[in-house]
Design a protein around this ligand. Sequence first.
Ligand SMILES: C[S@@+](CC[C@H](N)C(=O)[O-])C[C@H]1O[C@@H](n2cnc3c(N)ncnc32)[C@H](O)[C@@H]1O
Length: 283
Amino acid sequence: MLRDIARKVLGNSLARRIWKRVEIIGDIAVLRKPLDLDLEVEAYRNLAIELMNRLPYVKSVWLAVTPVEGSYRTREFVHLAGEPRSETVYKEHGCLFKLDITKVYVSPALNYEHARIAKLVRPGEEVFNMFAGVGLFSIIIAKYSKPKRVVSVDINPDAFSYMVENVRLNGVSGVVVPVLGDAREVARSCTNCFDRILMPLPELAYEYFEDSVLALKDVGVIHVYEFITAKTKNEAIQEAWNKYLRRCKSIGVKAEVIGSRVVRSVGPRYYQVVLDLQLEKIS
Ligand SMILES: C[S@@+](CC[C@H](N)C(=O)[O-])C[C@H]1O[C@@H](n2cnc3c(N)ncnc32)[C@H](O)[C@@H]1O
């Protein structure tokens, strides 16, 4: 349907470049502006109006004019149509996430990954989500996998406030523990605490890896997310394996990759990869 709407408003060739760049987040539609396409905002506005006509549940449409950037991983937006409101409630896997698209990171493309990780968590586990955003991984884990607790850190005060609200909205208080701060500091304050650690921020995963190993129990799992340039998806996964197995060896930790996948393509020959690393600290 999105493709049809884009074709009707923009014609075939432009539509091909744009329709996949529409995200629906709650009752807000976000159009992601291709950086290499110099199209007037008015053209996007016409598309936005048609989107609202065809999808009555969409109440507001925004154009993301930058990629995600900065340490909070947020984007700049221009309002296109509908209510001039950027706060919404996004639903995923039966959980509710209140958020403001202009203040915090959110990506419906991580939908599958959120559920995949939740299914790996065993009852009673102590989990540490180092880059929790508004709490998607943490709350979905708490809702479905009976962890003992999920310590969930974010450095963005808005993400933290929404996480606190989302914990309450989803009835997981006491299990998900929101923390405002730098994940490295939290990791350093808790040696040998966690069975499982999530590092869903490719920009910092490698830099903070040693601190996260410190916070892991003697045996445990760390999920690292990385951006990798490679010719193929398989090469990207292999490259990530090599990078982390080398790192584990250098810090004296026994490592086995027990899972891996390309989470998404982020550009030509540029992939986001996740590795599930089973680690054993050798004393
Ligand atoms: C890619 S987003 C996380 C997305 C989230 N896990 C999800 O599934 O929606 C990365 C998050 O890390 C946070 N962040 C950046 N630097 C940080 C740091 N040093 N410590 C803790 N959080 C940090 C950002 O504010 C952002 O919310």
